[in-house]
Design a protein around this ligand. Structure first.
Ligand code: BMA
Length: 864
């Protein structure tokens, strides 16, 4: 039972400079991680092997040489037995005197994947059934000072859930659950487990159903009181003041009067609030309010500093600090505006009172084996968003609520997070025990993440709503039996329209909840006038890529186009030349959307481009195709501002090496699309577009102040003759999109053939910042790209080389590569105008002569 301690119990002191009347050397609670001495075995066998905790069974099997890397060639197929087995993990541990003597000792499991029984010294202490929950178990009285045996037994999630599947007269529709690959035929059991959906396979992911202690395990010990959680609730924030309520969760062993709580700035020690409170035995919530005047606001990438405050909360008994908590957060107001307007209903982000266009991508887990995602990988993944001028990532519902570090990085760099709850593309058996388990999962994760300024909203699920109303599932199940449809829809509403919004309201009051992505109006499929939209008619719907120019939405939360990784990446998982065809067994295994997707790539490539001359050229041209396609979409969405207020392409990353919609491959290599996104997402976009023989130039600005610039539109032949040049002073309106120039296209190219010209738009702002964009009046296959000679000069610089490139004729999508992937090209897949010099820095450890020998440079006309 939690006791709300009202304000009248507290003495509130605002901006009180702490005189530190207490000593800072108290009996703070103790914490130690159980990460050593672990071993594991197949439950029914007797061979024990060393194990890593945190970890999962697959990575332990790899480390012990029992299975081979499932990401290599066809190996994934031969590890499908792993998820049909039960696995036992165990370790032993001692406690030091100090810990052992504490009045309270508990085990804290940050994450157990998934069906698990935990035994301490032979006694069962926990039954777990949800990978996304934390588990805290009191072990005082059970734990010994020496030689404690901790055993963690994972039951096969497949064996556990098949009986549930068998028992039902109907079967839940799922996402791409690859049960066939797993050898369990049509038994798509994924909806039954509270476990990352993509483990069961996805249309970009292998089927690798893990088990294991996937997050850290701690022993925690304390006397009398423990600070369980501090919630820095931002009631109202603007540039004049931040009104904050701090909710402090305190566990107490007994009734304690006059516990003192101090909330202060960690660095300066300046106190925001000091109050005393009476604690009752058990769980307490102590609450106080304070105001920070003229706060330094937190802004997203591109709009200002993502300033963070560090709040320290101390609990003091008898003048001694007995426990302490530090919470970093940014002060900002984030509102999601979903209001009817003349067109339908909006969906946009208002940050600190300003509508902000969201530029970003959808994020999936960085690996199938989550514990092996290092801090460095998280950092690179988030920085690759930051450096591409993104301000939002959507944590998609088929993966996991990410580790703290992911959100810390988003906080630090000004990336807002659209946070899905972990449900994607299925209907779920959400009643009874299942629903209760989700309740706990929601509480644990909302509480864990609620101090992060990056969290902009919580969203119920990915595509389950659209699946029901938009993909015909409602009709399907009604046809099977109206009762099935009734049950499924009731379970759906109980979960996504009752439980989850209630949990958000209770544990993160005021934070916006969106029932599903996409979602528009209640009771019907999604459209282009209300809410968000997943637009897949280009790609899944086979429409031409220029169709992106005609589609509208208030917020595009998904759209995308597939490509293979670059050749150097492919060679890591498919090193043998016999694999080098997109239809080879190995390449197909690493194409989880099947031959349908390969056919689509080929179809689009042949419709839009010319036939690549070999495998390597195919991979390169596929990346250019993907980059061009998504560039068209990103620009169209930004031009449609403010009707449209967000564009998140599918998808930012991969969880293994694969052909997918990602803009960066599993190894973190930028595909052409990622480089193109950096251009399309700049603070100012100059975007030409031809319609009905009129070429219009739009300037889209995310800047919050208006200014001016010089726009030049140059028409060149591909061998470099300037045919026409138009110059104009233009106003750059603040935070919107504007058509600044419109002209007859035929007239503009002065009778030259459209196949022979490129139009370059170039904007120079007052500070001299340059924004360019090249445009063609025909499809790429109709452009007569000449063979180009590209000359290079290489000079060593710190950490690598700088290459200066010039071309005798127009060079489209110039791609440079070296052997292997241990290098980074600061720019790639760019165009070179005849006579222009482009310089590119490359991070590389190669010697000068190796670098010179290995450097390969191609442009589009070399590829067919
Ligand atoms: C989207 C996603 C994923 C999927 C992608 C590509 O709608 O939500 O389910 O991977 O499409 O098909």
């Amino acid at each position: 039972m939690k006791i709300q301690i009202k304000k009248n119990y507290i003495q509130l002191i605002i901006f009180f400079l702490a005189t530190l009347s207490y000593t800072a050397v108290g009996e703070t609670s103790l914490k130690t991680e159980l990460n050593s001495g672990w071993r594991f075995k197949q439950w029914r066998l007797n061979n024990w092997y060393p194990a890593a905790v945190p970890g999962v069974v697959h990575t332990d099997l790899i480390a012990n040489g029992i299975i081979e890397d499932p990401f290599f060639r066809l190996n994934e197929r031969s590890v499908q037995w792993v998820d049909k087995e039960d696995w036992m993990y165990e370790t032993s541990f001692d406690l030091n005197n100090e810990m052992f003597d504490k009045k309270n000792i508990r085990l804290h499991f940050m994450g157990l994947d998934t069906y698990v029984s935990v035994y301490l010294n032979g006694e069962k202490i926990l039954e777990g059934n949800n990978m996304f929950c934390e588990w805290k178990v009191d072990i005082k009285g059970k734990v010994k000072q020496k030689d404690n045996k901790l055993e963690v037994l994972f039951r096969s999630p497949i064996k556990e859930d098949i009986p549930k599947w068998d028992a039902l007269p109907y079967h839940y529709p799922t996402g791409p659950d690859q049960s066939q690959q797993g050898g369990i035929f049509e038994k798509t059991v994924s909806p039954f487990a509270r476990k990352a959906g993509y483990h069961y396979g996805w249309d970009w992911g292998p089927r690798l159903v893990t088990s294991g202690i996937w997050r850290p395990v701690y022993v925690e010990a304390w006397n009398d009181v423990k600070l369980e959680d501090v919630f820095i609730q931002q009631k109202e924030v603007n540039k004049r003041k931040a009104s904050i309520t701090v909710n402090v969760d305190v566990l107490a062993d007994k009734d304690i009067s006059n516990a003192q709580i101090v909330v202060k700035d960690k660095k300066s020690g300046i106190s925001y609030a000091t109050f005393t409170t009476d604690l009752k035995k058990g769980a307490n919530v102590a609450t106080t309010d304070f105001v920070i005047n003229n706060p330094k606001l937190w802004w997203t990438n591109g709009l200002g500093e993502a300033h963070l405050y560090e709040f320290q909360t101390d609990i003091i008994l008898d003048s001694q600090v007995v426990d302490s908590n530090t919470s970093k957060t940014g002060l900002r107001s984030v509102k999601v505006i979903n209001k009817p307007d003349q067109y339908g209903s909006t969906l946009y982000i208002e940050l600190n009172g300003v509508p902000v266009f969201m530029k970003g991508a959808n994020y999936i887990p960085c690996d199938n084996f989550l514990p092996r995602v290092t801090k460095e990988i998280y950092e690179k993944t988030v920085l690759d968003a930051v450096n591409t001028n993104m301000n939002m990532l959507r944590v998609w519902g088929g993966g996991t609520y990410e580790n703290d570090i992911f959100y810390d990085l988003c906080d630090q760099y000004g990336i807002l997070v659209w946070q899905d709850f972990m449900f994607a593309c299925s209907m779920y058996p959400s009643e009874g025990e299942y629903l209760e388990s989700v309740r706990q999962e929601a509480i644990d994760n909302i509480k864990r993440l609620r101090n992060h300024p990056s969290i902009a909203l919580w969203c119920g699920n990915n595509e389950a709503y659209d699946g029901w109303f938009g993909w015909g599932r409602k009709e399907d199940y009604t046809r099977q039996n109206p009762e099935y449809a009734r049950v499924m829809w009731k379970q759906y509403t109980d979960l996504f329209h009752k439980l989850l919004p209630d949990m958000v309201e209770q544990y993160a009051p005021g934070v916006f909840y969106w029932p599903s992505s996409p979602y528009g109006l209640p009771g019907q499929g999604c459209d282009d006038k209300h809410g968000d939209r997943h637009y897949w008619d280009v790609w899944h719907g086979r429409k031409p890529i220029t169709q992106y120019n005609n589609e509208r939405s208030r917020f595009f939360s998904e759209y995308g186009f597939q490509s293979f990784p670059e050749f150097e990446s492919v060679k890591i998982y498919a090193p043998e030349s016999k694999d080098w065809a997109i239809t080879s067994e190995v390449m197909m295994e690493h194409q989880r959307a099947g031959s349908y997707a390969n056919n689509l790539i080929e179809e689009y490539l042949l419709n839009e481009y010319r036939k690549p001359k070999d495998f390597e050229s195919f991979l390169y041209m596929n990346q250019v195709l993907q980059g061009d396609a998504v560039k068209i979409a990103m620009e169209a969405h930004r031009r449609d501002m403010p009707y449209c207020m967000g564009t998140l392409f599918w998808q930012h990353n991969d969880c293994w090496p694969v052909a997918s919609w990602s803009s960066r491959d599993y190894y973190g290599r930028w595909k052409a699309q990622h480089y193109f996104a950096r251009e399309a997402y700049k603070d100012i976009l100059v975007s030409p577009i031809e319609k009905d023989n009129r070429l219009s130039v739009y300037i889209v600005s995310d800047r919050l102040t208006a200014s001016q610039g010089d726009l030049t539109v140059t028409v060149l032949t591909l061998d470099g003759k300037v045919i026409n040049k138009i110059q104009k002073k233009v106003s750059i309106a603040a935070n919107t999109s504007k058509n600044v120039l419109s002209m007859d296209a035929e007239h503009l190219i002065k009778g030259n053939s459209k196949s022979e010209v490129v139009i370059q738009t170039r904007l120079v702002d007052k500070a001299g910042k340059i924004y360019t964009n090249n445009y063609f009046l025909l499809q790429q296959k109709a452009i007569n790209y000449p063979l180009v000679t590209i000359s290079k000069q290489i000079k060593p610089i710190d950490g690598g080389y700088e290459i200066e490139l010039t071309a005798d004729k127009f060079a489209r999508a110039v791609f440079m590569s070296l052997n292997g992937i241990d290098n980074f090209f600061e720019n790639n897949y760019f165009d070179i105008l005849p006579g222009e010099t482009v310089s590119v820095k490359v991070k590389s450890k190669l010697s000068g002569s190796d670098f010179g020998k290995q450097l390969k440079i191609v442009s589009l006309s070399d590829a067919y």
